[in-house]
Design a protein. Sequence first.
Lengths: 528, 331, 603
Amino acid sequence: MDDAEVVILWGSNARAAHPIFFHRIIRAVRRGATLFCVDPRRSESSEWADLWLGIDVGSDIALSNAVAREILANGLENREFIERATLHFGEYAQSVEEWTLERGEEVTGVPAAAIRSLAHTYAKADRAQLCWTLGITEHHNATDNVLALINLALLCGHVGRYGSGLVPLRGQNNVQGGGDMGAIPNKFPGFQDVESDEIRGRFEAAWKASVPPRKGLHLTQMFEAMEEGHLRGLYVIGENPAESEADVNRARGLLEGLDFIVAQDIFLTRTAQMADVVFPAAADWCEAEGTVTSSERRVQRVRPALRPPGEARTDSHIICSLATAMGHDWGLPAAEEVWDEMRSLSPMHGGMSYRRLEENGGLQWPCYDEDHPGELFLHSRLWADPPGGPLAPFTPVEWVPPVDRLTEDYPVRLTTGRHLDSYNTGVQSGSLKSPIRIGGTIDISPEDCSEWGVSEGEEVRVTSRRGSITVPARVDESLRPGLVFMSLHFPEEVDINQLTIEAWDPKSGTAEFKATAVRVEKMPAPVG
Amino acid sequence: MTQPETTETANTVSLTIDGSPVEVRPDATLLEACRQMGTEVPTLCYLETLTPVNVCRICVVEVERNRTLVPACSRIAEEGMVVKTDSERVRHSRKMILEFLGSSVDLSAAEDEVGEWMEQYQADPARYGPQSEPTAAGERGRRHPGHHGEVNGRTAEGVHQPTKVDNTLYVRDYSRCILCYKCVEACGIDAQGTYAIAVAGRGFDARISTEMDLPLGDGACVFCGNCIGVCPTGALMFRSEWELRRAELWDPDAQSVTRTVCSYCGVGCNLELHTQDNRIVKVTSPQDHDVTSGHLCIKGRFGYDYVQNLGDVDRSSIDEVLAAARRPAPE
Amino acid sequence: MDLRFTDAQPTAAEREAVESVIGPARVDSHQRVRTASNLRIFAKGMQSVADRRHLLLPALEAVQSEIGWVSEGALMHICRELSVPPAEAWGVATFYSLISVDPSPPVVLHVCDDIVCRRVGALELMEGLEANGQTPNTRWLPSPCLGQCDRAPAAYIQRAGEDDQVLVSIDPRTRPIGPDGSVVAANGQQESPAAPQAGQAHLRILRRVGTVNPRSLDSYLAAGGYRALEEAVEMGPAAVVAEVKASNLRGRGGAAFPAWIKWEAVANSPEPVRYLICNADESEPGTFKDRVLMEDDPFSVIEAMTISGYAIGARKGYLYIRGEYPLATRRLRSAIHQARDAGLLGESTRNGVSFDIDLRRGQGAYICGEETALMNSIEGLRGEPRNKPPFPTVSGLFGKPTVINNVETLCNVLDIVADGGSNFASVGTPQSTGPKLFCLSGSVRRPGTYEVEFGATLGDLIELAGGLPEGRRLRAILLGGAAGSFVLPDLLEMPLTFEAASEAGVSLGSGVIMAFDQHTDFGDILARIAAFFRDETCGQCVPCRVGTVRVEEALARIRRDPQPGDLELIEEIDLAMRDASICGLGHTAAIALRSALELGLLE
Ligand SMILES: Cc1cc2nc3c(=O)[nH]c(=O)nc-3n(C[C@H](O)[C@H](O)[C@H](O)COP(=O)(O)O)c2cc1C
Ligand code: SF4
Ligand code: SF4
Ligand code: SF4
Ligand code: FES
Ligand code: FES
């Protein structure tokens, strides 16, 4: 990152959401890198950019297609790389053909000259990084958004090289690790397919148990299953769906209708309050031994600094005890034993012994054996001659406007994000006595404020097709008219998920948080 | 393809330090050269992760054919240099600098080495006379450059003043400030890019300040605590540490440090949790960790309270004091 | 950058003052101007932020001089316009003693109480002012040397919204300004000094002083002005550098460094962007020679800078003048305009030279005369000296190769080019070539700026200035300024050359010769010198920041009740300051003091 010539932050306000990563961007910018920010808001990150592109919410694919078209129209693509290391280029080129700059401008709202500038600078750079976060992935077409960006990187050969690459920024400390470890419905640890007989066989042999041969449900599907009545009980570990689900009213109703909920959490969350049984858990990062994996696929150790309070126990302790109670005596294995078993089954973690993690300050997967240093960049194989492994496919993606249309009744686009000192639903950061806390507000452009006669701090009513809440207004210069912003952090004060939409991305299961249609109304003056 | 290509330029530079030859890479500083050969050079304003400002001058060494001593921390080694790190002149300047600091600043919470150097160089700050009275709160922040009050020589003027406690997270006790500029660099150009603090005023009245000397929360500060992380003297201190010290419960011997990973975003910042009595009392990040270089954000630095703000569960002896730290102003 | 500002807004007048120097508001500023396009795209890289930073001090100065002080609203406005973090702007504003961040009356009188003025009535004057109290319209403050020691006592008046003014030869028994801020008639309003030797035929560097009209380019041209530039262009840049080398011209700003070494280094630099700086900060107590040149022969400064810029390949020169020189500033500004209008300065001149000059005013900081502090000051940073190496010839202003020379040094270049370097070198001694200006003040009959050839003795100069007044005997001389040293009359025979001075263990510094008679209270003088350095140190390095305070305290003890060990303590402090400080201020801060103590002047 430090040596990149061009950095694009796409749908990511890293300055607030990933501040330490942003230090690296600052360093690169100081060394002369050109920074582009693609974000509907002129966010804190955008303030550092050489060029900020204020796109319309949900038009990312349109923008990336237009960028690709511009690159192709000027012959700036990396032909050599495309030919040796990729598949389906022709199809892709065909698919973006209609995305002229003019069309791009029309759909995204970004002036053609700016799209052109991004396209040319990115394509001509020797080393360019493309980074994104939830701005990209919390959409109903999240996977397509990501694919659209990958297409761009492939087009210019900006993958798998020193100083060039794709950088997905994870929102939570161990989302990556959760996925790596098989906490997704269709994978074993190490992203190994559950539905492959061979792989499943290995796990069954090691675990001396049989594993269902079909993939499970992701979160959104679970709620659908609840709706249909197939799913009757839930064991919730460290999640708070009663607050974090989009269209939260529906989610709560469904949870209430379940026969049985077990919640395991360090907090008595709203979900835990609804549960039949609650297991108090230790905080994994400071009260337990284990590992986490960061966005850059770096596996690092966490260690207990504190004894857990009261009757709280570590997650593995709770799970093993539960197994014992259910008639399988797993004992209480140390975290390292669990880890070692996992890496015996997941090749890409094979070389990551606790000792090596310690010595190296963490290792980046894949790390196949104890002599392997871990990989600084993925996909460097694409540059090998001949490219090792399968070629990288282009995936044409089609732009679809946000599901929640803007209409006369709901004329304003609501989008969501994070503030620097707060975090997700706020259960952790809530007790941080931050001197810079911006409470739960709806942020509105100065123009809309004056148009609607709303002033700073005034309570307004925000209504979407799903619900309605009242919330204080905050004037925010980073917004343009027609765009309002709310943070996710204060469910107790502001139940934003009452407003958001439950459309979800069929490929990844992420819900659309980022593009809700609302109307904002001044509250009637109190009578008398 | 995992490493950038390095262009080999001139290979090494040879010089002599305290009579022994040493070879270093071309852009090495004298400090790096000294460290390479195991020669100790004291430093105060220098930190690997920050641009050298070379202002404390404690690291000065003697270089032949240079009229004055030179700061080892920033001077680049040159071919054929002859360097002395422990000559009479070097020892004298270091001693005087330590005396100047000791006679004007409260060094009681400074890094341990400072005390050791005081002994090593036989610094005697007391010989400048008794300390002047502390100034009233805010007084130093309003001084106008180019003017100062009556000087009678009966006391040694110092920078002592009341601690600035204007938020729940950390305090600024500028009685302890040696003006090493580290906090300014960490806040601004070298890491955080926030520029909430800078040096204001001039001469002996120079001080670290926000604009208009505003309370931290009213300025640009984002409470990342990166300034605390680099402060060598304890001038910048976690509110929790400050409250515990006030209550005389701060006990470094009873503390342990555990390295773990931050529980918030996905960047993977390493934390060092300093715990005492099963409570986190402050958080640092290892400077040599290549994700953070020692820097954190507000969540990683201060966002730990949720694991120990437990009401009555397991109430421990220091919880009262930590609770006081959660109040905006001290009692 | 995601900067944060307070909500304070400027008044219309403040806004206008800022606009007068930095131009109209720009859409890419941190004002967040909300145009339709700004709500969609916004282009502002770090480079465009960096490019505007140098306007910080001029913007602060503009507000200070129009309004009389810099309010929070004005400061925030400047920060938003220039994308400067407010804390840094605050750090810069509070560095300069002529900038006030507290509400101030429209008239502020800075009364010099420095070495010379305090001996001829400044203290009385201040007592009178004190007794009268401050008024709603006026305030007074003591000031270090104002560079008017030949017409002491002096005061500098800052006037909000009007031209600043200097009062000289003030009658200490009167009030120099009335309660409304107007100058009371009996007191000397400043006029051009015209050196005592003005008009004498043998003068070289002072030859136009008092004989040409400093306001008129035509007058300058008629006196042979701009012929040197023509000659230089004929010769070509390399030949100009060669002549300067042959002349062996050494710097007149204090360090006596050979000018050609810097010129050659920059002229040969691979870096295409280079700068020339004319150091006109002249704040060394007792120094006023550059003022004479700038006030009475401003065009020669401009022409000399142009030749120098041409020779070293710089397209841009900065003239950094101390804020307390309003008359010189006005004359130089006018000279610059006239030269531009006449096609003698600017993008492409009649001579085919492309060189322009930006005049910058200091705002009350002696340290900004130090070359690297001066560069930081121009760049909009605090005026803190940089550690060297790298030297300015390698990395100077804005990190580019830079030649910085004193006003007098540069003015010598005119004759060097016109008459040839070797002719110049034939004047004086082999190591101290050419004419030299000395600033005579204190106990002499005719204080003023005098030109001699190198080789004249200390006694010759005292003689030139008319010797001491009736009944006064020479007790000591402060040679070289507050950063120089005291010498006794036994050195009157010493030729004033760099080599002779160096042999005697003293320095000519900036050419200060300040005479003290038998009635001098040296304790008082030394205390003022100690206070001066303590006030003027930038404060970044420990030995100087604290050392100057400890010296002042030790001196106070010695004056009250000398104890064994006091002298040794000052010696010890001096040694550390000389050895370990960053810049010349720290290196020299205790020298005068020590010399006086060693010479027994306090006994
Ligand atoms: C504290 C301090 C103040 C100085 N002030 C001035 C000054 O006012 N004018 C000046 O020409 N040089 C001054 N100098 C010297 C400059 O740093 C520099 O040597 C000079 O401008 C070089 O020009 P010259 O070679 O032509 O003398 C000062 C040096 C120090 C250390
Ligand atoms: S906490 Fe962070 S932002 Fe605030 S002053 Fe310190 S370094 Fe700067
Ligand atoms: S507060 Fe600490 S880090 Fe900052 S200048 Fe003072 S001593 Fe250095
Ligand atoms: S010697 Fe004095 S004036 Fe020079 S840099 Fe150091 S503190 Fe500043
Ligand atoms: S450590 Fe070198 S000057 Fe401070
Ligand atoms: S002008 Fe007053 S001492 Fe120089």
